[in-house]
Design a protein around this ligand. Structure first.
Ligand code: DP6
Length: 362
């Protein structure tokens, strides 16, 4: 698919009013997206586990305008409260996707959104939020063009979500999702995420992720600023090629379920992401002392018990603890006994791999 193919042909139906609702999950990257080119094109391919419990539910009500203007007409609320602060981000999103959804200026939209995870928990809501909104918009387009295939629906939803937030491209469909062109991953594209097409061992299908809320404060560096710091970064090119190499190395690991090697790549990716921030100009340390305490505890526990628990990080201090489902009882006990003490107010969220977004019918 090329960008042009996402520009719709003339719609075959008209719809005056309606309402649609989608639940869309967050995702956790195993190979990280960090650095981008114009138009939300990633500097390197990435892959993530789709989550299940951490999700956004968005309801989109739409009414056809009698006199459409040149501006977008919408309101947005979070948990039932109007959020004027979200408007600029949505406006930018609408501007970016208008070319691909020309009906956008013909309707007034009421966007109601709520997250399953605590507000300001430091968990990024942009992936689940932008993908949920993109899916609602695609549902409208499907009403205007009922012949649309499901494949096109999902690809374009991911394509649009990407234009809202890169990682949102990986929150549409599938449990293991790859976004970004990679030579040996068939169908991979910089434009949208795809379900990982190669063999995946069953151990990865119900993998667990417990998110330890180490620091719930405002992010020190927005991801937009962070991605930007990769321009002119001294290690950028090497890092981008490393991401390609790590995806190649993961191919036999996903197929065989070799957790030893999986852990090596996942933890290295997390630390490399933070190393990029520490070596950019300006430089940042996004980990907190408790992040390091947790990492060390995980390493000690793994060594002592031969468990397959490991960690990954986002662009913040929180820690994602990853482990296979058949080690759930031991690892959850370890988290409660030894790691919860390093979380703000002892808070953590148990999550696991899910299958992607779903439409919610009334
Ligand atoms: C560290 O998708 O939040 O979580 O495209 O600017 O919205 P924008 O960035 P965003 O970046 C996510 C970066 C990351 C790694 C990842 O999810 O791959």
């Amino acid at each position: 698919m090329t960008e042009k193919e996402f520009i719709p042909s003339p719609y075959t139906k008209t719809v005056s009013t309606g309402k649609t609702r989608f639940k869309s999950p967050s995702n956790i990257a195993l190979v990280k997206y960090w650095g981008k080119k114009e138009n939300q094109i990633p500097a390197n391919p990435s892959i993530s586990f789709t989550l299940s419990e951490c999700a956004t539910v968005t309801t989109l009500s739409y009414t056809k305008l009698n006199n459409p203007g040149s501006m977008f007409s919408f309101n947005i609320s979070l948990d039932g409260k109007r959020e004027e602060g979200f408007k600029p981000k949505i406006k930018t999103f609408f501007e970016r996707i208008y070319r691909y959804l020309p009906f956008l200026k013909e309707y007034h939209f009421e966007i109601e959104t709520s997250n399953s995870f605590p507000h300001s928990s430091g968990i990024a809501s942009s992936a689940s939020g932008m993908s949920a909104l993109a899916l609602c918009l695609m549902d409208i387009e499907r009403n205007l063009y009922p012949k649309m295939t499901l494949e096109y629906f999902n690809e374009k939803a991911s394509f649009l979500a990407r234009l809202g937030s890169g990682s949102a491209a990986r929150s549409i469909k599938g449990s293991l999702v790859q976004w970004g062109n990679h030579a040996s991953i068939k169908g991979s594209s910089d434009l949208f995420g795809i379900e990982y097409p190669n063999k995946v061992h069953p151990v990865f299908q119900n993998y667990c992720d417990t998110i330890l809320l180490v620091d719930k404060g405002q992010k020190q560096v927005s991801s937009t600023v962070g991605h930007d710091l990769m321009h002119g970064h001294p290690f950028a090119e090497k890092r981008f090629s490393q991401a390609h190499e790590n995806l190649s190395k993961l191919e036999p690991i996903f197929a065989s379920g070799n957790l030893q090697d999986f852990i090596g790549i996942v933890e290295s990716e997390a630390l490399t992401l933070h190393a990029m921030m520490m070596t950019s100009m300006p430089y940042f340390i996004l980990m907190k002392p408790n992040t390091l305490e947790i990492i060390n505890k995980i390493w000690t526990f793994r060594e002592a018990t031969k468990s397959h628990v490991c960690f990954t990080l986002d662009a913040g201090a929180n820690v994602h603890v990853l482990y296979p489902n058949d080690e759930k009882a031991e690892v959850e006990r370890f988290i409660e006994d030894e790691l919860a003490a390093f979380c703000q107010n002892g808070q953590f969220i148990h999550d696991h791999v899910g299958n992607g977004a779903q439409k919610i019918n009334d």
